[in-house]
Ligand binder design. Structure first.
Ligand SMILES: Nc1ncnc2c1ncn2[C@@H]1O[C@H](COP(=O)(O)OP(=O)(O)OP(=O)(O)O)[C@@H](O)[C@H]1O
Length: 315
């Protein structure tokens, strides 16, 4: 969907990104991960031409972005940023309606879309619709920012640290929400973050950047198990690589079916192996029964299997 071929961008002769080769596949959730100043935001802004690139080619849906009229390009791309950028004197509803109104949608269609998005982002409580941004919490404002970016059902959603300023609990619930929306709608999402756990939670495809260059790109499991350089390994927390890998895997794939255990509270098969590890430590046990969301017996998770799989996947 989006392809960078040898793309560079300079500010006052200094490269912000250089010779970028990067692919964001259609329908995938791509996350650009890197430390401050590594060129992530610049990369994102070149996609919707908020920043023009200086050399190389950047393709959007197979077309050179320079050949797509800026207005029509931006209509195809939603953009959500950390500072939200809501219009302060407009209600939530009017903020969300910004792009559909520009596109000349009929009133009834706009109203229906606002309702749909408020429900999608967990803001369906009637009071939000006509509130002003300053009457909302930071987390609610971020939700409205994402709703506004999604309003005209863009082909691509770009998000630059959209949960940056939030407390861990609100951040966690918004991350889950965005993941759910991605799975539901099957659109192409590109998100920028410097938070490793956020990246691992959301990404189908992960791109690690440093000093304006792509250091490695691939699936989260690939990067965790086969980091291409010591930098990538260190970025994922070196000794924490194994635990982070456990956070990507669900209990359901690792249990022994056909076994059961009485007298111990069962865990859910959707639980991550990382959470299960905490449960083993908390309860000081070696085995845990596993049930489905509807309460059916699925089998037993053995601590020794979990430890073995972590060793296998370590680089
Ligand atoms: N408008 C600008 N003028 C001059 N230099 C800039 C401009 N925007 C970015 N840069 C420089 O380009 C480099 C990459 O910046 P960029 O914002 O893309 O990094 P980032 O990885 O998104 O960082 P952060 O996580 O801190 O936002 C930095 O060295 C930055 O100082």
């Amino acid at each position: 969907m989006i392809e960078f071929n040898g793309v560079s961008k300079y500010y006052d002769g200094v490269a912000a990104v250089s010779d970028l080769n990067l692919h964001c596949p259609e329908g995938a959730f791509t996350v650009l991960l890197g430390s401050s100043g590594s060129g992530k935001s610049t990369t994102l802004k070149m996609i919707n031409r908020l920043e023009p690139h200086d050399s190389g080619t950047l393709l959007f849906g197979g077309q050179d972005v320079r050949r797509i009229e800026v207005k029509s390009l931006r209509r195809r791309i939603g953009y959500a940023i950390q500072s939200v950028g809501l219009f302060p004197h407009w209600t939530v509803a009017r903020n969300i309606a910004t792009v559909p109104s520009l596109l000349g949608w009929e009133r009834a269609r706009i109203e229906a879309r606002i309702d749909e998005l408020l429900a999608l982002l967990g803001l369906e409580d009637g009071r939000f619709r006509n509130s002003y941004p300053h009457q909302l919490s930071g987390g609610q404002q971020q939700r409205v920012g994402v709703a506004r970016a999604l309003a005209a059902d863009p082909e691509v959603l770009l998000m630059d640290e959209p949960f940056g300023a939030l407390d861990p609990v609100t951040r966690g619930s918004l991350q889950q929400e965005v993941r759910r929306i991605h799975q539901l709608q099957g659109r192409t999402f590109v998100l920028v973050t410097h938070d490793v756990d956020e990246a691992l939670l959301l990404a189908d495809r992960l791109v690690v950047m440093d000093q304006g260059r792509v250091i490695q790109q691939g699936s989260p499991a690939e990067l965790l198990t086969r980091p291409a350089t010591p930098f990538v390994r260190d970025f994922f927390g070196g000794s924490e690589l194994g635990v982070r890998l456990l956070a990507r895997r669900a209990v359901g794939q690792w249990l022994r079916p056909g076994e059961w255990l009485e007298g111990v509270e069962p865990i859910d098969e959707q639980m991550t192996l990382r959470e299960a590890l905490s449960r083993f430590v908390e309860q000081g046990c070696q085995r845990l029964p596993v049930k489905s969301a509807s309460g059916e017996r699925r089998g037993v998770l053995h601590f020794c299997d979990l430890a073995a799989q972590e060793q296998e996947s370590m680089p």
